[in-house]
Design a protein around this ligand. Structure first.
Ligand SMILES: CC(C)(COP(=O)(O)OP(=O)(O)OC[C@H]1O[C@@H](n2cnc3c(N)ncnc32)[C@H](O)[C@@H]1OP(=O)(O)O)[C@@H](O)C(=O)NCCC(=O)NCCS
Length: 436
């Protein structure tokens, strides 16, 4: 970041002297006012719940222009990456800053592929869960537990440890997600197979059984790979900030990523595609397209507590570019599987059409986000609804690691420790129990 040629001056109406605050510019996007010395100079904090106006770090990984509806990974538009690259090239890009050449791609792919197996003991750990446990509960546990299995890569301050744990996490997440699924349905785990692609291998671990050969469908394989690319990173969102905050204490990478998984679980974040599909299924069961108008009236009624899931975004105030790509993938997958007439897809399109023309949504700049169509694609592929967020976690792991490693390498990095505006009781004495 560089010092901008202007500065900010903060003045007070109570006669306190004004102070100057430095302003820094990034390469694109809004400038930032550096308030690090504010408390020292004025004895005051800033107040910004939900971080609406706060840049918590500098980062060179992902850039979003919410007004334009633009998403760049290391400068490359998501639309170009989704069409020209596969997920592992995207991982390499996010982790290392540049796209791999052919040799680098092969070496990286080989490296990830050779780390896909998990310690055999992991399945006994998994056995402790109820069979009907939510996969996100299982994943939070399993990923945190990796630190107990891979003691040799838990020092966050050691670059080699960070590198090997990054590869391990990217490689093992598909295996763990598939294991969580197989455990839930009582089928044997399928070991990874190294001659398959990252997404092909995941499909096989999910849907093959030891009883017969499994042939990976290339259309589904490509669709899944695209889902992974579109979810790989999204700058300082809630789960990424959680990973950074957790990692800032110096904890091990597996623990920090488990914290990200826990945060992602919520319906306002990674759980949104599950919530969106549940919403579509409910609506379909209660009249489908014919009831869309009525449903939209409920969504617009603030007292109903109903939101149009998969719509709206803290940063995008325009069409989420990932939603367009996901809609395309949705079309391809449904056609491949002979589900062109899928009523949920028709319903989603009808909802989108109404919302894009309705003043409630237009005036609030609410557009479909990536989750609006991703649930339909995943459901068509055969992924159960309660595993959607697990798939998201699998894909986002690389972004979390890239951001965590960037933070550790940043000379300005400090343990994260927000302050507060205290509104509780002032000091008082403890009364005797008979007087309370
Ligand atoms: C993502 C989300 C949490 C962003 O929230 P936010 O930035 O805090 O935005 P707000 O909740 O302040 O919403 C701004 C306005 O739009 C309305 N709004 C936002 N999303 C809405 C939705 N999905 N349906 C109906 N109204 C919505 C809010 O009620 C608010 O209206 P108001 O100004 O009249 O009070 C929110 O849009 C949402 O809940 N979306 C549905 C869940 C979802 O798809 N999440 C996935 C994100 S990738």
């Amino acid at each position: 970041m560089k010092l901008a040629d202007n500065k900010a001056t903060l003045s007070f109406s109570n006669g306190k002297p004004a102070i100057d605050l430095p302003v820094y510019s990034g390469n694109i996007g809004p400038d930032v006012i550096d308030i690090r010395k504010l408390y020292g100079q004025t004895g005051m904090f800033t107040y910004d719940p939900g971080f609406l106006s706060t840049a918590s770090c500098q980062s060179a990984i992902t850039y979003i222009d919410g007004d334009k509806g633009e998403l760049l990974y290391r400068g490359y538009p998501i639309e170009q990456l989704a069409v020209n690259c596969d997920f592992l090239e995207t991982c390499y890009l996010l982790l290392k800053g540049n796209l791999p050449n052919a040799t680098e791609k092969k070496d990286f792919t080989d490296l990830v592929t050779r780390h896909t197996m998990v310690n055999e003991q992991m399945q006994f750990f998994l056995r402790g869960f109820r069979r009907d446990a939510h996969p996100m509960a299982i994943l939070t546990g399993l990923i945190g537990a990796l630190s107990a299995f891979y003691h040799d890569s838990t020092d966050i301050n050691n670059p080699e440890h960070r590198e090997i744990s990054a590869i391990r996490l990217i490689a093992k997440l598909p295996t763990l997600v598939a294991m969580a699924y197989k455990y839930g349905i009582g089928q044997p785990y399928m070991y990874p197979q190294n001659d398959l692609s990252y997404s092909g291998n995941f499909l096989r671990m999910m849907f093959a059984t030891p009883c017969e050969e499994y042939k990976v469908n290339p259309v589904i394989e490509k669709a899944l790979d695209r889902i992974f690319i579109l979810h790989a990173d999204h700058e300082q969102n809630a789960s990424t900030s959680t990973v950074r905050l957790c990692g800032s204490s110096g904890t091990n990478p597996f623990a920090a990523i488990a914290a990200g998984v826990a945060c992602l679980w919520g319906p306002a974040h990674g759980g949104a595609n599950e919530a969106c599909l549940n919403m579509l299924e409910d609506l379909q069961a209660n009249g489908g397209v014919a009831k869309v108008g009525e449903f939209m009236e409920k969504v617009k009624d603030k007292n109903s507590g109903v939101r149009l899931m998969g719509f709206g975004h803290r940063v995008y105030k325009n069409y989420d570019p990932r939603a367009k790509l996901m809609q395309e993938t949705c079309d391809e997958v449904l056609t491949e599987l002979g589900l062109e007439k899928d009523p949920l897809f028709a319903l989603a399109k009808a909802l989108e059409k109404i919302a894009l023309e309705d003043d409630y949504f237009v005036s609030r700049k609410l557009y479909p986000n990536v989750d609006f169509y991703s649930g339909i694609v995943q459901r068509a592929i055969g992924i159960p609804v309660n595993l959607f967020t697990g798939i998201f976690a699998l894909a986002r792991t690389v972004g979390w690691i890239a951001q965590l490693n960037e933070m550790i390498g940043d000379p300005e990095y400090k343990i994260g420790r927000p302050r507060q505006l205290f509104t509780g009781s002032v000091r008082r004495d403890v009364p005797h129990i008979t007087k309370r």
